[in-house]
Design a protein around this ligand. Structure first.
Ligand code: PEP
Ligand code: MN
Length: 352
């Protein structure tokens, strides 16, 4: 059983047609939804991709609101969006992650929302910057917005680990400490990036006592115009709600250890790949030294490289003994590789 007051927001990533919205709303009719979501203006990474249904979609959303008695919400990124959303009688809207990253945009939105009665949900910025998120919320409060809810959707990184956007759970937890009464909803869809991980992120959010879940649901995710990989079918969403539970501390700890181990194993793979790349460069240097009759071991070069490595390790708070040992092993392996090259006669080398 889930906490009865858990705020559930569901709906497709993008509004694609009235029929598409209606199919989702109808199949989720048995769920006590806090709100029904769909993006109408979509922030796309590259131009030319589907950028949303635009103003026409607002009419579809209002019809869903009337027919199913649901609160509906969409993403707003500028004052013209706010004006249109309010004119269509929406009492909620969300500010997307890319917009929260830009204080000029958040201020423009706050100005256009002065004293509104509508509930404004604000996602975290795309970068893991707690202060920027706090600043966005402060701009809304200063503009007299009374009902503000935060949405945690994870943070983007260059290195893709398990998730599309890293959850960095400590950041929403720190946000809660900044604004003790503020409700925070988790968006497992954008954290996960794939439908298969939505359940475990949702369970984690429930374990951490988030106030709600915003999950993308599409009648046929395979043909979705945006975020096709991460959307659930209505059936999968209903199953997810039925399977999530309030778990014991012990179960939570076990899950955390499993997750840490999985991340360690991803990093171990990267360590091996980096060693392999390093040794490939060492081979190139070995051939160069052979062609040019340069001694393999260069004491000055070794001391300089060691000092640099130790300094980096110290800055990264690794123990000096560990760092020295690792570098010695790397260096020894490099010398062995180069010695082998020197011993072998290589036609390529003698020709040059
Ligand atoms: C969305 O909710 O569909 C969306 C674009 O989200 P975000 O701003 O978190 O990327
Ligand atoms: Mn989306």
């Amino acid at each position: 059983m889930l906490p009865a007051d858990l705020k559930l927001i569901a709906g497709p990533c993008s509004a694609e047609s009235y029929e598409q919205l209606r199919a989702v709303a109808q199949q989720l009719d048995s769920v006590n939804l806090f709100a029904f979501r769909a993006g109408i203006w979509k922030p796309r990474t590259q131009p030319g991709a589907f950028e949303g249904a635009g103003a026409e979609g607002l009419g579809w959303m209002r019809d869903i609101q009337d027919e199913f008695g649901l609160n509906v919400l969409t993403e707003v990124a500028n004052s013209s969006h706010v004006e249109k959303v309010l004119a269509h009688g929406f009492n909620m809207m969300w500010i997307g992650a890319r917009t929260t990253s830009n204080p000029f945009s958040v201020q423009e939105l706050a100005d256009s929302l002065q004293g509104t009665e509508a509930t404004i949900l604000i996602k975290n910025p795309t970068n893991p910057d707690l202060k920027l998120w706090v600043g966005g919320i402060e701009r809304l409060y200063k503009a007299g917005v009374k009902k503000v809810i935060a949405i945690h959707r994870g943070f983007s990184t260059y290195d893709k680990l398990k998730y599309r956007n890293l959850p960095n759970w400590q950041i929403p937890i720190a946000l809660r400490a900044e604004f003790p009464g503020l409700e925070i909803i988790c968006d497992p869809s954008h954290i996960s990036g794939i439908a298969n991980n939505v359940f475990e992120v949702s369970q984690k959010a429930v374990d951490l006592k988030f106030d709600g879940l915003m999950i993308e649901v599409h009648p046929n995710p395979a043909v979705a115009k945006t975020d096709a990989k991460q959307q659930l079918t209505p059936k999968e969403y209903l199953e997810l709600l039925a399977t999530l539970n309030v778990r014991s501390r012990e179960a939570i700890d076990q899950e955390e250890i499993r997750e840490l181990r999985a991340n360690i194993s991803i990093l171990d793979n990267q360590v091996v790949e980096i060693f392999a790349k390093r040794m490939e460069l060492v081979e190139h240097i070995g051939h160069y030294k052979k062609r040019n009759n340069i001694a393999i071991f260069q004491p000055n070069q070794w001391e300089e490289a060691l000092a640099k490595f130790l300094k980096l390790s110290e800055d990264a708070e690794l123990s000096k003994e560990f760092a020295a040992e690792v570098f010695k092993l790397i260096h020894q392996e490099s010398i062995d590789i180069q010695s082998k090259i020197l011993r072998n006669s290589d036609p390529g080398d003698s020709a040059s």
